[in-house]
Design a protein around this ligand. Structure first.
Ligand code: HEC
Length: 112
């Protein structure tokens, strides 16, 4: 068991397995990309404009990147999103995640 864990640690520490979410995104570049391709459903400000699309504004960037990779690699299945993510590079994903994460949102729970 201990050996297996050590093996995993070594694997994760090698540059080839550096977690892709460690890549810092460029929010401006992400904004440009999103404006053309994503805003039609997710809104210019990351607040969805289609009833079946989720809000992305203020979302955790690691989560966003993980979901985009999952759509791209067809690990998460959704016809539209699989298409939208199919050609995204790791840089695109980091930039898009940085952009949506950078949008400030506030949450106000309803009063009782
Ligand atoms: C045609 C509408 C449409 C377009 C265009 C679109 N999306 Fe989506 N997106 C959706 C829908 C619908 C879902 C919900 C998928 C599901 O139900 O699993 C979604 C889900 C997502 C999620 C997962 C959110 C979560 O909470 O898990 C991310 C991230 C995302 N989209 C990013 C993008 C990005 C980035 C682009 C542009 C490259 C984009 N989308 C373009 C409709 C769209």
């Amino acid at each position: 068991m201990r050996l297996a864990r050590l093996g995993l640690a070594v694997l994760l520490a090698s540059p080839a397995f550096a977690p892709a979410w460690a890549q810092e995104g460029d929010a401006r570049a992400g904004r440009r990309l999103a404006g053309g391709r994503c805003a039609v459903c997710h809104g210019n400000d990351g607040i969805a404009v289609q009833p079946d699309a989720p809000n992305l504004a203020g979302q955790n960037p690691a989560y966003l990147a993980e979901q985009l990779r999952a759509f791209r690699d067809k690990v998460r299945l959704h016809e539209q999103m699989n298409l939208m993510a199919a050609a995204l590079s790791e840089t695109d994903i980091a930039n898009l995640a940085a952009w949506y994460a950078a949008i400030e949102v506030t949450a106000t729970p309803p009063g009782r």
